[in-house]
Structures are given as structure tokens and as C-alpha cells.
Design a protein around this ligand. Structure first.
Ligand SMILES: NC(=O)c1ccc[n+]([C@@H]2O[C@H](COP(=O)([O-])OP(=O)(O)OC[C@H]3O[C@@H](n4cnc5c(N)ncnc54)[C@H](OP(=O)(O)O)[C@@H]3O)[C@@H](O)[C@H]2O)c1
Length: 332
């Protein structure tokens, strides 16, 4: 499989990674045996980048990966995890927390759950306005010096935060939502990444399934599924956004691919510094998604996609107001 560099510090990963969140969080129950088989097939097909976080579960996603890695697989993967939330005794998210002592405690706990002595790529999951980013990255840099962490990343950080963070210790990757229907980072964040040599890891590259043809309204998802609260698939927004999906399906049919493959091929085409991490819990979808590497998008189809997903074309916000409040928008 094609490999790509994230940042300029030497981190090299498969051109497509695997988002593991859905294996035990956010999207309802997944079949554990099929998840394991999916991880194994990913490894066999050359996927190296596995993405998890403390908050997925919480904790359970890291434990699940740790159990799977224990079978002699640790050294074959690039393990990425994240800290940044305060999780209460009942396992609920109770705010952001990137205080240095908390970061240290979370990283030690993550290492234990993952059954490893090092995290290859450690991200701050959300910028914590209560803790200067210099202090957060300073703590992360100390963890690098101690050998507990290899490379640093941020998630959903603004261009201004990226610059401040990168001045303390090189940041290798930014993980932010980026897809055909979520292009907010193109204005200032992606240019800052390129100026600083920071790689981009687009999360939810399939629009949490919608761009892959998962046409369920928010209220059709079972209680506990994150998508129940998603504005873009609620009410009239859902109907409006179906038109985008229909256009994407037309493009896919013309290039002999699936909508998911076109959505991923479009991201891969944005630059060699981009490594999407589609999430799946099933082997068949893993295969489909990895085959996006073979999809060529001719100029006319790229133009068609630009027209279809032009600014203002997507109905609804990508998060609920509470979710949007955690996004670092930078000054101004
Ligand atoms: N940094 C952050 O704040 C943040 C936020 C969200 C996610 N993430 C990370 O990014 C990863 C990916 O994002 P995501 O899982 O939210 O969204 P996604 O990759 O856009 O979509 C995942 C959803 O699409 C379905 N799917 C995957 N491939 C498909 C295909 N070929 N055809 C039809 N359906 C398909 C999956 O279901 P099946 O499992 O049934 O295939 C799942 O429901 C996560 O796993 C997580 O590691 C990070």
C-alpha cells in the first residue's frame, strides 16, 4: 500500500488509516469478532495507522485495541490516541481537561490499556481554552523525551493554535473533520498546516456514513448513537443533503466506483500530506475503502464535485451547538 509522511519528523503511515472509534463507541454496537477480523485484514493489506482515543468508550476502545495488539502485532502498527476530556465516575464527558498533570495521568492510563510502552502519535483531542497550548505541548514534548510518545498531534485546532504549538515542539499531524461536505479547514487551517509542514488526518471522511450512502435520518438511529443528534441528517437538512448524495452517486457511477471511494479519492487527491482514517467495523467496507487508492478522478468529475459541494451547498451544521462549542476557532 502507498505510504505517506505526516509532518517532517519522520512519521510514515499507510495512505489510508483505520478509524477504530465505531468498534466500541458512538455508532451503536459492533460485532466484536468482525471488528477483530477487520483489524487483522487491515494489517494484512498494509494499513498501519490505527486511530483511537481515551474518550472512545470511554477507555473501552483502547482496551479492545490493546487486546488485539497483544498477539504480537504492536510493532506492525502506528498507534494514534488522544487525550483532552474530563471523564466523570459514570463515564460521561464532563468538559475539557488538558492540565499537565491530567495529560500525564491519561497517557499513563492509555499506555496501560493499549498494552504498550509507547504511543506513536499522541493528539490533544480538543484545544482546552483553560490551559495555554504552550503548557500542553510542553507536557507532550516531555513525554516524547521520556520515550512514552513518539510524535505529536492536535485535533480541531485553529491556525493560530497550530503556530503556537509548533513553536514549542514540532507538530506532525492535525486531525480535523475534512470531507466533501465539511471543508471549513480549507480557509486558514490547511494553509497553516502546509506552511508549517504538518500532515493532515481527515476524520469522518465519509461524513459519518452519509457520503457512503448511509441514508438514515437522525431520529432513525437508536438511542446512544451519536448520529441521533446530527443536524445535517435532521429534518429538512436531511432531505436537502440527499441531493448532494445523489450527485455524488452520479459521479461515482461515471468513474466506476462507489460514493465512499469517490469521497476518499477526492481527499487523497488534495495532497500527499493527507491521510484519511475512514471508520469501519466490517471487512467488506474496509476493502471497499482501501480500493479508493485505485480510483482516478478525471478533471471533469473533480469539477463536478466542486460544483456540487460548493460553499453553502450543505444544509446544517456538522455538530450540535454543544459539539461546536468545543471547536477551536482561533482569534477573530
Ligand atoms: N478527532 C476527532 O474529534 C474525531 C471525531 C470523530 C471521529 N474521529 C476518528 O475518525 C474515524 C473516522 O470517522 P467516523 O467513524 O466518525 O466517520 P466516517 O469514517 O466518515 O464514517 C464511518 C461510518 O461509515 C460507515 N462506513 C464506512 N465505510 C463504509 C462504506 N464503504 N460504505 C458504507 N458505509 C461505510 C461505518 O459503518 P460500518 O462500521 O458499519 O462500516 C460508520 O458508520 C473514527 O473512527 C475516529 O477514529 C475523530
Amino acid at each position: 500500500m502507498e505510504r505517506r509522511r505526516l509532518g517532517t519528523q519522520g512519521l510514515e503511515v499507510s495512505a489510508i488509516g483505520l478509524g477504530c472509534m465505531g468498534m466500541s463507541y458512538a455508532y451503536g454496537g459492533a460485532d466484536a469478532a468482525e471488528c477483530e477480523a477487520t483489524l487483522l485484514e487491515a494489517l494484512e493489506r498494509g494499513v498501519t495507522l490505527l486511530d483511537t482515543a481515551e474518550v472512545y468508550g470511554p477507555n473501552e476502545n483502547e482496551r479492545q485495541l490493546g487486546r488485539w495488539l497483544a498477539g504480537g502485532r504492536r510493532d506492525r502498527v502506528v498507534l494514534a490516541t488522544k487525550f483532552g476530556f474530563r471523564i466523570d465516575a459514570e463515564g460521561r464527558i464532563a468538559g475539557l481537561d488538558s492540565r499537565p498533570e491530567h495529560v500525564r495521568a491519561v497517557v499513563d492510563a492509555s499506555l496501560q490499556r493499549l498494552g504498550t510502552d509507547r504511543i506513536d502519535l499522541l493528539y490533544q483531542h480538543r484545544v482546552d481554552p483553560a490551559v495555554p497550548i504552550e503548557d500542553v505541548v510542553g507536557t507532550m514534548a516531555a513525554l516524547v523525551r521520556e520515550g512514552k510518545v513518539r510524535y505529536l498531534g492536535l485535533s480541531e485546532a485553529s491556525a493560530a493554535t497550530l503556530r503556537r504549538a509548533h513553536a514549542v515542539h514540532p507538530i506532525s499531524a492535525l486531525q480535523s473533520e475534512y470531507s466533501l461536505w465539511e471543508r471549513g479547514i480549507e480557509r486558514s487551517v490547511l494553509p497553516a498546516c502546509r506552511e508549517l509542514g504538518i500532515g493532515l488526518v481527515p476524520y469522518s471522511p465519509l461524513g459519518r456514513g452519509f457520503l457512503a450512502g448511509l441514508t438514515r435520518r437522525a431520529d432513525e438511529f437508536p438511542p446512544g448513537d451519536f448520529r441521533r443528534g446530527q443536524p445535517r441528517i435532521s429534518g429538512g437538512n436531511f432531505d436537502a443533503n440527499l441531493r448532494l448524495l445523489a450527485g455524488l452517486e452520479d459521479v461515482a457511477a461515471r468513474v466506476g466506483a462507489t460514493p465512499a471511494q469517490v469521497a476518499l479519492a477526492w481527499l487523497l487527491w488534495q495532497g500527499p500530506d493527507i491521510v484519511p482514517i475512514p471508520g469501519t467495523t466490517r471487512r467488506a467496507r474496509l476493502r471497499e475503502n482501501l480500493a479508493a487508492l485505485d480510483v482516478q478522478l478525471p478533471a471533469c468529475e473533480l469539477y463536478q464535485l466542486e460544483q456540487l459541494f460548493a460553499p453553502g451547498s450543505v444544509a446544517g451544521e456538522r455538530y450540535s451547538p454543544a459539539g461546536l462549542a468545543t471547536i477551536d476557532r482561533g482569534p477573530g
